[in-house]
Design a protein around this ligand. Structure first.
Ligand code: ADP
Ligand code: MG
Length: 828
């Protein structure tokens, strides 16, 4: 006979690196068990079974017999019996777990296996009737909610009048009375298939956990985080340990490093006398790990020691879910810790310093998104000092944001879609609120601790969040909230500081982000070391030269002379002069005017950037930009549309540049002639420049024709920049009026007209073209040959260019850090 496929695996027998098959949770349990860290006995059903379940709509036929066999093993390990009558009861949790951590998005059922007889025995065994009742009720609440899709209140309602009696006398009969009431209430809700048989419950719970992979909230989370729906979830079945056993017991969460700051310290919370679910749901307020009366010193040490082992194993900061049962500490989960952007940078660099992580791997520990967020604006400090907060709670996820208060998650999503900045204000949040949370600039809750749903999710999303604003009462029906005597309506303007936990009335001004920290700089230098790429800051003006210099670019370029004139407010004069020159090309006074305008435009930037080379692009009057700027464009003299069509024009501009360079002592200015397609054009330009004392000249190539001649052109040039946007546009022949900024291509691609979006991907033909540019660059290391990626160039395009071999980039200052990191992550 052919062996049936093995769908069920004991935790100690699986490969802890195979997270695709077993999910991160079971894999983590396996790795802990292998390292001798105490883990309750467990087995796992792999994602292959999930796929079979999804495809057929039912659990695979041979699954439950294998589960039964594995349950026998758990019974052996624990000396308990699942659903049996004779021994103490074995209770299990049925836990979801996929390859990618999706905190709180899927379902887990606790305490499964409890029967009336079992509950009575549990009370007897522990001498703790409250414990037995609590455990029994929690099981039914969770089972009703997760498996039967009912409200947990249905269960609470059904049993409330019977609880006291059962607590006083935890007899099998009394539990039977509870059971009858619960089953009756469930049936009354229209559920016609329900049973008190643990074997039946186990089967249903496994199916329900599989189904939770496809819940609305899980799908929304995956869509947002670009996680594939195909991964599926594994199911871990694990013997229960009880944090609600007695007052010494409890459950907690520990981070090996502070998830807000990244500081190296055991950080977390412990909830005495309760099961872990209370902690995760935020329904009770726990105390910090070190607090007196909480976790014992010995357990604290054990947690720290094992935590360190786990950091070494994962090469990363981890978070740990644990439970103390009586005097024993159990580890229930480990995973790379969710962290804020600031913590991510600190942890990545410190792990390298501590020798736990290589530099390449460290680059992947900080996402481009996180880096961007770190470089985002914050409230002005002196305004903060002067302003009295409306509310104070626990700062659960740092960051500054303002917006209008909205009290309902669905409405928050709608209001945000209309373009408003929304602050979501809630009593607490639950997984149902995820859509609204995604759309909000900040989240404020009245209840919950630093590990409540709102706190955990907002940290993962890096949305500013303040929880536990005890002074606030939210009245959902009246759509208002009160703080003391003050009553605020939905729509009230708020400003939130997620680091300090302060919420302010009104809209506080935001100022640009503080400059890159030392740690970010280190990471980016590591990235550059790997990529061997270098970066110039494009479109820099005198006013932002200093800001740009802090990103340590190799130079300023490509800087457009016309951009400098815009900043100078002299562009209008320039256009008038160009028009005049078009009519009378040899008129000396017009040429002087043009020289003077060029001089003015670049002289200040030269002063601000002593020692930093500037690649300065002359205006290209044939360009789409010029078309937009010059109203009388169509009536310009035809010669003006050619790069070197009117000698009087470019010589005048070169003269102004030469004067400015001489006067400011800026020796490294390279004028660039745009739009040429032949080496002979460059030679003419070069001669004109040399006559004015400018010995370095370069070009900007704007068409495939120019690229085709790049080899010959590069021979005489100091710099060759390829204008990415213009190459894409002219390659496809798109008219200049087509804006690359608003993404018209997206729907076009979605409709199936094009295979890829030209705005976000090069495609193989353009990639070849740029590979040609890269080859010329490799052939001529003495010439600066790079690609100019102007405003709004997608990061993915920059990555494609890198893959084509391009190693020199010009990018807007604000795009530099992201690009450096993203390229660093590309290099394996
Ligand atoms: P999630 O994926 O939402 O974190 P878990 O499967 O980790 O769900 O379960 C949630 C909580 O339930 C855990 O943090 C833990 O406290 C508790 N739990 C799960 N399994 C057990 C168990 N076998 N014994 C005790 N507590 C458990
Ligand atoms: Mg968990």
């Amino acid at each position: 006979a052919v062996d049936a496929p093995c769908l069920v695996h004991l935790i100690q027998e699986i490969d802890g690196m195979d997270t695709a098959k077993f999910g991160g949770k079971a894999a983590g349990l396996a790795r802990m068990a292998a390292a001798g860290i105490p883990v309750p006995p467990a087995f796992v059903i792999g994602t292959d079974a999930y796929r079979a379940f999804r495809d057929s709509g039912d659990l695979p036929e041979n699954l439950m017999p294998q589960v039964d066999r594995a349950m026998r093993v758990l019974e052996g390990h624990t000396s308990r019996s699942f659903g049996g009558l004779s021994a103490l009861p074995l209770l299990v949790s049925v836990r979801s777990g996929s390859q990618v951590s999706m905190p709180g998005m899927m379902d887990t059922v606790l305490n499964l296996g409890i029967t009336c007889r079992g509950a009575q025995r549990l009370a007897q065994e522990t001498g703790n009737a409250d414990f037995a009742v609590d455990t029994w009720v929690r099981f039914w609440r969770m089972f009703a909610e997760i498996v039967l899709d009912l409200e947990a209140e249905v269960i609470e309602h059904a049993v409330v009048s019977l609880l006291d009696q059962t607590r006083r006398e935890p007899s099998e009969e009394n539990f039977l009375r509870l059971e009858t009431a619960v089953l009756g209430a469930i049936v009354a809700q229209g559920v016609n298939e329900v049973s008190a048989d643990p074997a039946w419950q186990l089967r249903r719970a496994i199916a329900a956990v599989f189904e939770s992979w496809d819940s609305r909230r899980a799908r929304a989370y995956r869509a947002h985080h670009k996680i594939s729906d195909e991964l599926g979830t594994a199911v871990t079945v694990q013997a229960m340990v009880f944090g609600n056993l007695d007052s010494r017991s409890g459950s907690g969460v520990a981070f090996t490093r502070n998830p807000n700051t990244g500081a190296r310290e055991l950080y977390g919370e412990f909830l005495a006398g309760r099961q872990g679910e209370d902690l995760v749901s935020g329904s009770a307020t726990p105390s910090p790990l070190g607090a007196p009366g909480g976790l014992s010193e010995a357990h604290h040490r054990e947690l720290a020691d094992h935590g360190h082992r786990l950091e070494e194993m994962y090469g990363d900061a981890v978070d740990i879910e644990f439970t103390v049962e009586g005097d024993r500490l159990y580890f229930l989960q480990v995973r790379p810790a969710k962290r804020t952007a600031a913590a991510a940078v600190r942890i990545a660099t410190e792990l390298v310093d501590e020798g736990m992580l290589g530099r390449a791997a460290a680059l992947k520990r900080v996402s481009v998104e996180q880096l961007k967020k770190l470089l985002r604006p914050a409230f002005e400090p002196d305004v903060l000092v002067r302003t009295r907060p409306l509310l104070e709670g626990i700062g659960a996820s740092p960051g500054h944001a303002y917006g209008i208060a909205v009290l309902d998650a669905d409405r928050a999503a709608t209001v945000a879609a209309s373009g408003e900045r929304v602050i979501l204000v809630r009593p607490t949040t639950s997984p149902q609120d995820i859509r609204g949370m995604l759309a909000s600039r900040a989240i404020v809750t009245a209840k919950g601790g630093a590990l409540s749903h709102a706190a955990v999710v907002s940290r993962a999303l890096d949305v500013p969040c303040v929880v536990g604003c005890e002074a606030m009462e939210v009245d959902l029906a009246a759509r208002s909230f009160t703080v003391g005597d003050e009553r605020l309506e939905e729509g009230a303007p708020l400003s939130v500081d997620g680091a300090t936990g302060k919420v302010y009335s009104g809209l506080l001004p935001l100022e640009p982000a503080s400059q890159a920290t030392e740690q970010i700089d280190r990471l980016l230098v590591w990235a550059d070391d790997r990529t061997q790429a270098s970066f110039w800051a494009g479109s820099v003006g005198a006013a932002d030269a200093q800001t740009a210099l802090r990103q340590s670019p190799r130079g300023f370029g490509v800087v457009a002379l016309t951009e400098l004139m815009i900043a100078d407010e002299t562009l209008g004069d320039f256009i008038d002069a160009v028009n005049d020159l078009g009519q009378q090309p040899d008129r000396k006074s017009t040429q002087d005017r043009l020289a003077c305008l060029a001089y003015q435009a670049c002289q200040r930037l030269m002063l601000e950037s002593a020692g930093t080379p500037i690649d300065l692009r002359l205006p290209n009057l044939g360009s789409p930009r010029a078309q937009r700027m010059i109203g009388s464009w169509a009536s310009l003299a035809p010669r003006l549309f050619l790069p070197l069509g009117l000698k009087g024009l470019y010589v005048a501009l070169l003269r102004g540049i030469a004067d400015a360079a001489r006067e400011t002592g800026h020796a490294q200015t390279t004028p660039l002639v745009p739009g040429i397609t032949a080496a002979s054009e460059l030679q003419a330009f070069k001669r004109a420049a040399a006559g004015l004392g400018l010995n370095q000249v370069g070009v900007v190539l704007q068409s495939p024709a120019g690229i085709a001649e790049a080899h010959g052109i590069a021979e005489g040039a100091s710099a060759v920049w390829v204008d990415l946007r213009e190459i894409i546009r002219t390659y496809y022949g798109y008219p200049s009026a087509l804006s690359f900024a608003d993404d018209v291509f997206e729907t076009y691609v979605a409709d199936g007209y094009l295979a890829h979006n030209p705005r976000t991907a090069l495609g193989s033909k353009l990639a070849e073209l740029f590979a040609g540019v890269a080859a010329v660059a490799a052939h001529r290391p003495e010439v600066r040959i790079g690609v100019e990626c102007g405003d709004g160039a997608a990061l993915s395009l920059v990555e494609d260019l890198y893959r084509s071999g391009v190693r020199l980039f010009s990018l807007p200052t604000t795009a530099l850090p992201s690009a450096r990191l993203a390229l660093g992550q590309l290099v394996v």
